[in-house]
Design a protein around this ligand. Structure first.
Ligand code: CMP
Length: 226
């Protein structure tokens, strides 16, 4: 794989051209269409992935059959590392939510990379630390907040992951479907629509051409990020 493609990936940041060249030699590319299942929970893992383009959702199915979305990952993010590191089965399902191109690395090559390039291991640990922080926030919002708080926290999570910040506002485009939002917030579709309407009436949000705009991000965050 071309080293220029690898240069922009945070996991490989600070590596020399020579090292990127070597990494490119052990990686391959795979394309997935929208709604294709990439990884299945409980299966044995033998590869990890880096997203070159597109977006995927990480989800699990609850005991009563509902889907819970743990995260949405996009260009530059990686997944599938957990089962390679701890030898257990896949911890979640991963599905393409857009046409996606992925870089695929086999288990032995990935583990050898971590031994050969400590910088990759440090970059990986940094990202895992951030994922634990996000999960902690999520658990807090699920256990402590009412429906409005949970929907608002979910919007903040999406804004921080993929929002466009401009003059104090955040534009969230390509917002997940209301059902996806509900699955992220741990609530129903009806509640999502009711809460978004109420946040609009209260002047916190605006809808524009399929986008949701948080009108004053700092204020929104200070009120709902508790
Ligand atoms: P693995 O368990 O091999 O397969 C499923 C992948 O989903 C997992 O590796 C992680 O890469 C990813 N994953 C699981 N939980 C989360 C989470 N809370 N946030 C982001 N990614 C996750």
């Amino acid at each position: 794989m071309d080293r220029e493609v690898l240069k922009g990936i945070p996991l490989f940041s600070e590596l020399s051209n020579k090292d990127l060249e070597k990494i490119g030699q052990v990686a391959s590319k795979q394309r997935y269409h929208k709604d294709n299942l990439i990884l299945i929970e409980e299966e044995i893992g033998s590869t990890m992935f880096v997203i070159l383009s597109g977006r995927v959702k990480i989800s699990r199915i609850s005991d009563d059959g509902r889907e819970v979305i743990l995260s949405i990952l996009s260009e530059g993010d990686f997944f599938g590392e957990m089962s390679l590191l701890d030898g257990q089965t896949r911890s979640a399902n991963v599905t393409a939510i857009e046409e996606s191109e992925l870089m695929v690395i086999r288990r032995e090559d990935f583990l050898q990379m971590l031994r050969d390039y400590p910088q990759i291991a440090i970059n990986l640990l940094k990202e895992l630390a951030q994922r634990i922080r996000k999960s902690d926030e999520h658990i807090k919002s699920l256990s402590l907040q009412d429906a409005t708080g949970r929907v608002a926290s979910t919007l903040l999570r999406i804004a921080e992951d993929s929002g466009v910040f401009r003059r104090g506002q955040v534009e969230i485009s390509e917002l997940p479907l209301q059902q996806d939002l509900a699955n992220m917030a741990g609530t129903s579709r009806e509640t999502i629509s009711r809460v978004i309407k109420s946040l609009m009436v209260q002047g916190y949000l605006k809808k524009e051409k399929g986008k949701i705009i948080i009108l004053d991000y700092e204020k929104f965050k200070s009120i709902f990020s508790r």
